[in-house]
Design a protein around this ligand. Structure first.
Ligand code: ADP
Ligand code: MG
Length: 360
C-alpha cells in the first residue's frame, strides 16, 4: 500500500516558479500545504528548517531483490548529504526515484512538500539530476551544448547566454567555453555536466558519483563545488562508493548497504555516536609512569596506556563528557603539561565502528 492521498494534486496550479518554497504554495493541498504552513513563514534569507527531501519507507524491488529497503530520509536547505555505499547498494535507485524517473514499490517521497507520485513534472523543475553516466553530444561547443539544454529547461531566450556564462564561471569552465564537448577531459566533462544540471537553478541537486573516475585535482575541484552549492542553500545528495571522498564536504552522511540505510545523521552526530568513550592524549614531560598511575586512580578514567614518545593515551569511562578536572589534578601533582587534547575520531573510523556487525 502506498501513502497516497486522493486529495493531492487537485489544487495544483500549472504556473511553476523556480524557488522551492514558492512551488510548495501552489502544490497539493494535503502534504504541501502543511509543509507550506510551517516552512513558508520564515524570512526568505534565512535557512528553512523544513524537509526539502523527505522519504518514508521508500522501497524498490527488482523481482526478489530489494534494491532500496524502507528508507527514511529528511534533508533540509543547505544540507549536503553524502550518500555512501558500495556498488549495488541502492544509491542510484534511490536517486532515480527522487528524480521521478523510477516508481517506488512502496513508501512515499516528497520534494519541497510535493509527492513524487502526484507532482513529477513540478519536481523535475526543482531538481537537477546528474546521472553517473551521461552522454555528451558530438560537434557542439561547450556554450552551444549548454544553450541547447538551457532551451530544453525553458530558460528564456534573452536570458540563456547570461545563465550559461554564469554556470560556466561557477564550475570554473569559462576558459573552455568554445572547446568541443567531446574533446574535454573526464573531469571537465563532469564539471560541464554539473553546469548543465544547474542551468534551471534547481533547489535540489542529485549528483550520482560525480567524482568517480576523476584525478585527484579534479576531485578536489568537484568537492569545492559541492561546498559552494551548500552555501547557496541548495539541498544536495551526492553519492559515492568511497567514503573519504566526501567526508569533509558533507554536512550530513548516510551509509547504505544492501538497500538499507544503516547510518544517517549530521557529521558531528555520527562522530558522537561512534565515539563511545572519549580518548585523551596527554604529555607531561617527565615521570610519565607516575602520571599514568595517578590518572588510572581517577574516577573519570577507565584506562591509561603509554604510547610512543611518552604519550599518555587515556580512555575515559563511558558517558563521561566533562573532563575539565583532569588537567588540574596533574598540575597540582607537580606535572607540567605540554600536551592535553581529545583524540579526534575521523569519519571513516566512525563508520567502521557504527557499521560493525550491523550487516550480514
Ligand atoms: P548503486 O548505485 O549503489 O551501485 P543501484 O541502485 O544501481 O546501486 O543498484 C541496486 C541493486 O539493484 C543492485 O543489486 C542492482 O544490480 C539492482 N538493479 C539496479 N537496477 C536494476 C534493474 N533495472 N533491474 C534489475 N536489477 C537492478
Ligand atoms: Mg550507482
Amino acid at each position: 500500500m502506498l501513502f497516497r492521498s486522493g486529495r493531492e494534486g487537485r489544487s495544483l496550479l500549472l504556473n511553476c516558479f523556480s524557488a522551492c518554497r514558492t512551488h510548495a504554495r501552489t502544490a497539493n493541498r494535503s502534504h504541501a500545504e502543511r509543509w507550506n504552513e510551517s516552512c513558508f513563514q520564515i524570512s526568505p534569507n534565512s535557512k528553512s528548517n523544513c524537509a526539502v527531501i523527505e522519504t518514508r519507507q521508500l522501497t524498490k524491488r527488482y523481482g526478489d531483490l530489494i534494491a532500496v529497503n524502507h528508507i527514511d530520509l529528511n534533508l533540509k536547505e543547505g544540507d549536503v548529504f553524502g550518500f555512501i555505499g558500495p556498488n549495488g547498494s541502492g544509491k542510484t535507485t534511490t536517486m532515480r526515484m527522487l528524480a521521478t524517473l523510477l516508481q517506488p514499490d512502496y513508501g512515499e517521497a516528497y520534494v519541497c512538500g510535493m509527492s513524487i507520485y502526484t507532482h513529477p513534472r513540478e519536481i523535475r523543475r526543482l531538481v537537477g539530476f546528474m546521472p553517473d553516466f551521461f552522454g555528451v553530444y558530438e560537434d557542439m561547443t561547450v556554450v552551444e551544448y549548454l544553450e541547447f539544454f538551457a532551451a530544453a529547461y525553458r530558460v528564456l531566450p534573452n536570458k540563456r547566454r547570461k545563465v550559461v556564462e554564469e554556470k560556466l564561471e561557477l564550475v570554473d569552465m569559462a576558459f573552455k567555453r568554445d572547446a568541443m564537448v567531446n574533446q574535454l577531459s573526464r573531469g571537465q566533462t563532469q564539471r560541464i555536466g554539473l553546469a548543465r544540471v544547474l542551468l534551471h537553478d534547481p533547489q535540489v541537486l542529485l549528483l550520482d558519483e560525480p567524482a568517480s573516475g576523476l584525478d585527484p585535482r579534479a576531485r578536489i575541484e568537484i568537492r569545492n563545488l559541492l561546498k559552494r552549492l551548500g552555501e547557496l542553500n541548495k539541498t544536495v545528495i551526492v553519492s559515492s562508493h568511497i567514503l573519504p571522498e566526501l567526508a569533509d564536504v558533507c554536512t550530513r552522511v548516510g551509509m547504505i548497504e544492501k538497500g538499507v540505510l544503516i547510518v544517517d545523521g549530521y557529521v558531528n552526530e555520527v562522530m558522537r555516536k561512534a565515539r563511545r568513550r572519549i580518548m585523551l592524549n596527554i604529555r607531561v614531560g617527565a615521570d610519565t609512569d607516575r602520571a599514568a598511575g595517578l590518572l588510572e586512580q581517577h574516577d573519570l578514567v577507565e584506562g591509561v596506556s603509554i604510547g610512543s614518545d611518552e604519550l599518555l593515551e587515556v580512555t575515559l569511562s563511558a558517558e563521561v563528557e566533562d573532563y575539565s578536572d583532569l588537567p588540574t589534578v596533574l598540575i597540582e601533582a607537580g606535572f607540567k603539561l605540554s600536551l592535553f587534547r581529545e583524540e579526534e575520531v575521523n569519519l571513516e573510523t566512525a563508520f567502521m565502528e557504527l557499521t560493525k556487525g550491523l550487516v550480514q
